[in-house]
Design a protein around this ligand. Structure first.
Ligand code: ATP
Ligand code: MG
Length: 546
């Protein structure tokens, strides 16, 4: 029997529509108009109040309407994290459009691909990225409006609109919900592209409206009363470290807007600045990805700062193993709660969130409100027993409408009964905690036995002379595949044999590093925190074919 969430359902957001909800929230924050909505971490003089956020968002919605940006059209946001990103999303949404975030680090080729794939008709970018955007736009024929944030007094090229002017009118915008369908597109995020090309994930007003309610409900009913009793959002500063174009970073941006906390925005990840800002703002809760956990657990620079304000820490987007979490909690004794959440772009952000009573730091969380789940045996297609590993399937009202223009990929991912096949292998314990073993596509097969690279990576990270690690399977004539480790040393004296012998002493024979060890200066990771094992595999293949 599929398992239903233990948490009571939130009512499904079919009405009023998300733009109306956001308009109300913005209006509500006018009760404290002069408070900072966002501050730049790099440059604290760069900030925006709730009043400004209100005015700019309404003004931008008016701009879009004047420029015939019609309901249902897509605007791509090509920006590093900045407060204007929030205004861009709010303006687009109020005007009835859908927003699609793209990485500001994308090449013009990657941007072109997203502009064409998303059928974007408008782009919001800044001066730094404008040339790349303009090159990319030459083949994206649907784009009719480019808006640009200026950082200098240089004039903008003809046909490019100045963001500052677009947000300068103070006329209110009334979102229109005539003919509105809760199944209208609200967001078009792209999946991280860890396993292949990123795909456009269609999230509707109903999907993301419900997701927002589910997350806020969980934090305010389950997490805060237990971990941070007396939590007063209006007095909190929350660090927004993760990229807004990724669903996790975007979800945190929305959480900030709904709660009215002050968001301290990092335009790029800078570990020392992170410590500095925790200390400056006496930050109580941290939302991070595993590379940041590794940094806070292992990096010597961390001890130069006072991070004792942190009470709650939450990691997601990729697995975080026991050894590294233990190291973190040993070093930072004031953290009362560490938990992980699990999800994917296709489920609207998260299907599992941590709960204090779960008492497990390595679980990927408990099934959250409005979801059902089952663990399915890969061979038989039958539901697994508690404790047995299989593919994680989830269903609920926040699951995407589908991949844009990819009906076959959609049908492979969501079955006719509405189950999202996550492609992740996991198991449930008797209390309903989910444990994610690894991605099905990335399990290493040694003599027919499965080796999850995440397990070996966590083990390697427990070695004091290892700063970071990644494991992949490489072809092996005897065993099919052999685990190979890529290691970033914290100490140059560490040899490949030391690493191999360390692993030998800890795990079964088929999990040994028979594929060898290679030292790197850095492990390739996506800005969303995921190890890009695909790149390591490509490098291996390139070496072989030489
Ligand atoms: P693509 O689908 O384009 O290859 P992606 O799957 O990395 O990229 P996202 O939607 O950003 O794109 O990430 C979802 C995936 O992240 C999940 O399927 C899972 O593999 C991984 N993930 C998320 N949270 C966790 C977690 N707590 N533990 C383990 N893995 C996680
Ligand atoms: Mg995926």
């Amino acid at each position: 029997m599929p398992v239903k969430s233990e948490f009571s359902d939130v009512s499904i957001s079919t009405s009023p529509y998300y733009a109306k909800v956001l308009a109300k929230i913005l209006e509500h924050h006018l009760e404290t108009p002069g408070r900072a909505a966002f501050i730049s971490a790099e440059n604290p003089n760069e900030s925006v109040t709730w009043l400004e956020l209100f005015d700019y968002s309404h003004s931008l919605a008016n701009f879009f309407k004047e420029h015939r940006f019609e309901r249902g059209e897509v605007c791509c946001l090509v920006l590093p994290n900045c407060w204007q990103y929030a205004v861009g999303f709010l303006g687009v949404t109020l005007a009835g459009g859908a927003a699609s975030g793209a990485s500001a680090m994308f090449t013009d080729y990657e941007l072109e691909r997203q502009f064409i794939d998303s059928q974007a008709t408008a782009i919001l970018t800044d001066e730094t990225h404008l040339e790349r955007v303009r090159t990319a736009v030459t083949r994206a024929s649907l784009v009719k409006t480019i808006l640009c944030i200026r950082h200098s007094s240089n004039p903008l090229p003809q046909g490019v609109y100045d963001f500052a002017q677009a947000v300068s009118s103070s006329a209110r915008f009334e979102p229109d919900n005539k003919n509105f369908s809760p199944d209208d597109l609200l967001l078009l995020p792209y999946s991280s592209g860890t396993t292949g090309s990123p795909k456009g994930v269609m999230l509707t007003h109903k999907n993301f409206g419900t997701m927002t309610d589910v997350v806020l409900n969980h934090f305010h009913k389950v997490m805060y009363p237990e971990v941070m009793p007396g939590y007063e959002p209006l007095k909190e500063s929350v660090l927004l470290l993760l990229p807004f174009y990724h669903i996790y970073g975007f979800g945190l941006l929305m959480k900030n807007i709904f709660e009215g906390t002050t968001g301290v925005i990092f335009s790029k990840f800078d570990p020392v600045l992170l410590c500095q800002k925790i200390q400056d703002y006496k930050v109580q809760q941290l939302f991070v990805v595993p590379p940041i956990v590794i940094f806070l657990a292992k990096h010597p620079a961390v001890s130069k700062f006072n991070l004792s304000s942190v009470k709650m820490m939450f990691s997601g987007a990729a697995p975080c193993g026991k050894d590294i979490i233990d190291e973190l909690l040993n070093k930072h004794k004031t953290i009362r709660f560490f938990g992980q959440g699990y999800g994917m772009t296709e489920c609207g952000m998260v299907s599992h969130l941590p709960a204090p009573k779960a008492k497990s730091t390595i679980s990927a969380g408990r099934l959250t409100s409005n979801f059902v789940q089952k663990i399915v045996d890969l061979k038989t297609g039958k539901e697994c027993k508690t404790g047995d590993r299989g593919e994680v399937w989830v269903a609920g009202p926040t699951i995407m409408k589908g991949y844009l223009n990819r009906p076959e990929a959609t049908a492979e991912t969501i079955d006719k009964d509405g189950w999202l096949h996550t492609g992740d292998i996991g198991y449930l314990d008797k209390d309903g905690n989910l444990f994610v073993v690894d991605r099905l596509k990335e399990l290493i097969k040694v003599k027919g036995l499965q080796v999850p690279p995440a397990e070996l990576e966590d083990l390697l990270l427990s070695h004091p002379k290892i700063r970071d690690a990644a494991v992949i399977g490489i072809p092996d004539s005897r065993s099919g595949e052999a685990p190979k480790a890529f290691v970033v040393r914290a100490d140059d004296h560490l040899s490949a044999d030391d690493v191999i012998n360390f692993v030998k002493s800890k795990v079964s024979s088929y999990k040994q590093l028979t594929g060898g060890v290679e030292f790197l200066s850095e492990i390739p990771k996506a800005p969303s925190g995921k190890i890009l094992r695909r790149l390591l595999r490509d490098q291996e293949n390139a070496k072989k074919s030489k």
